[in-house]
Ligand binder design. Sequence first.
Ligand code: F0G
Length: 459
Amino acid sequence: MKKYVAEPFKIKMVETIKMTTREEREELLKKANYNVFALNSGDVYIDMLTDSGTGAMSDKQWAGMMTGDEAYAGARGFFELEDAVHEIFDYKFVQPVHQGRGAEKVLFPLIVKKGHYVISNMFFDTTRAHVELAGGKAMDLVCPEALDTKTYADFKGNMDLEKMKEFIEEVGKENIDAVVMTLTNNSAGGQPVSVANVKAASEIAKANGLKVIIDAARYAENSYFVKQREKGYENKSISEIVKETFSYADAFTMSAKKDAIVNMGGAIGVKDDEELFKAVKGMTIPYEGFVTYGGLAGRDLSALAIGLKEGINEDYLYYRIGQIEYLGDKLKEAGIPFQYPVGGHAVFLDAKALLPHIPYYEFPGQALACEMYLEAGVRCCDIGSYLLGVDPETGEQLESKMEFTRLAVPRRVYTQAHFDVIVEALKEIKKRASEMKGYRITWEPKVLRHFTAKLEPLK
Ligand code: F0G
């Protein structure tokens, strides 16, 4: 059993959270039409909806906020960010943007041609959307281990290299523009990708004239797993692992709201391709703002430059991943099924295994998310058929391969007792799992329905 790793920080500022009764939560969830995104966060006790932008900044980051330079052009924060990116990734060029999807919106139209493919170990939703908005087609080629939630594998986030070669052969390299490696692989459960896999995928890409882009949201957590699990990396520093990993790519898009521990921010990194970087700057000005601020305040840039470095601190990562492993081990002991092993930022509960009597079209992942709120005021979300949506042509509900309920852990925010509350809630839910009912959608928008759809419990 993993022991809880004590926080490598002490707490200087606190935010009160509200305790509610089960009766109150029943009323609140009904009013939210059984959609957890419609809950007022003030009515949530422990918020595990996302690890994105929900972290606690350090005293040093807040100090950076206070001294930020708010000049329109050439503000100091930009140069601080540039220095950090040179130092951590060894990339020549960086363009700040307002968040991860801002980076995708700027970069993908420059790389993707109409009707061409972009391949990935697994796209995050917004990354896939920006490939498609640019006229491209997104293809996920994750390794088969990712789909087996019960069996341990070191690197469930990996690209399936054989499938990648076959796919390139099948559609022709002239019809593919790039390869995106998502580190860690969020959609597969925050699962890591090995350096060997990034390197091999990059070699295949280069041999076929394809660009390699890293979706770098969780660059630090991925590198920590490499140090723990990949042979030959146990004595390397996180910094060395990050540098080697990124050396195999041409560019990265980054949501800085995750491993860089800021509440808002993002970046595009370009290793050395000056022409590509010029094009990036050209697209940034109309979409995000002038090149030295890219949709951020000067103070945000300073906090981001500091956060990038704090994110790769080894004591911090030992605690961060240890905290999630602690939660995973407690759940395993209680017989609660989840994508095993735990990811770097989240535990993905296997709602299909916990609620086998609820079919995909009655949304087991959503049912479990609602139950977690009712039981203990914990907010988490469906990553399954409810999120997937309907076939755009037939209007029929699609069946997701996996029915997950994601508990995503904000960085430096919750302590051991909060995790114990979650474990106790799931134990209670497990006792009455066979009586739990599914849900029905009463209204849904055309795209990205999970944010705004309305539901009701089935009788
Ligand atoms: N790439 C990955 C792998 C992500 O997980 C996210 C966001 C993005 C890109 C987009 O970044 O939100 O800054 O625009 N993931 C969040 C989540 C929203 O909850 O997993 P963004």
